[in-house]
Design a protein around this ligand. Sequence first.
Ligand code: ADP
Length: 214
Amino acid sequence: MNSLPHVIILLGAPGSGKGTQAALIQERLHLPHISTGDILRNQIKQKTDLGKQAKECIDQGHLVPDPLILDMVFKRLSEPDCAKGYILDGVPRTIPQAEALDTFFTSSPLIINFSLPKELILERLSLRISCSQCGQPYHRLYSPPKQPEVCDRCQGPLIQRPDDSQEVILKRLEIYSLQTEPLLKFYSERHRFYTIDCSQKNKEQIYTELVSFF
Ligand code: ADP
């Protein structure tokens, strides 16, 4: 095994399982899980200026503009709990975000890309429910919570995210292909980069493969 990574970037289309795996490796590595989606949803809940701007983009399946994301992420990564490293989930999503983060990192990141065909993504997202408090995702059929509609981790109420409607999912997938997929080439040319084929694997199998890269 190599020395444990300090900065891990989870890449992959919406619904590919980044959030589920991030929660698992967070416990193993004792590193904070930085989910830009969760931070933005919190800002929306608190009705901050950033939250108001983000809501318009998120509801339509668009990306939140890079300068807003970068400002928010750099603030979060400067907090003391990130001093020893972090797990990035949902960022970067564009080449300018990746370039800005590369100049910020003090150690080379490990990148894991979750690959899943579009049909499976659609099936997953339409049956996805998430905790409205901590963001933990569940699937109504494949990974249901122990108690119906209640989060196993924090007992918060589970909801279907408004951007998990069929129309918005299709928009998010289109934007993923255009803006985020180019990151696969960007990272494979620069850093340690691995792809996990997530079709036909359950979350334990994906986790086992993921930790084999550490
Ligand atoms: P998913 O992985 O299911 O797409 P997220 O919770 O990561 O969902 O993100 C939800 C939404 O928040 C995205 O569709 C996008 O509008 C916005 N968002 C999150 N992270 C970023 C980012 N790094 N850059 C731009 N927009 C973002």
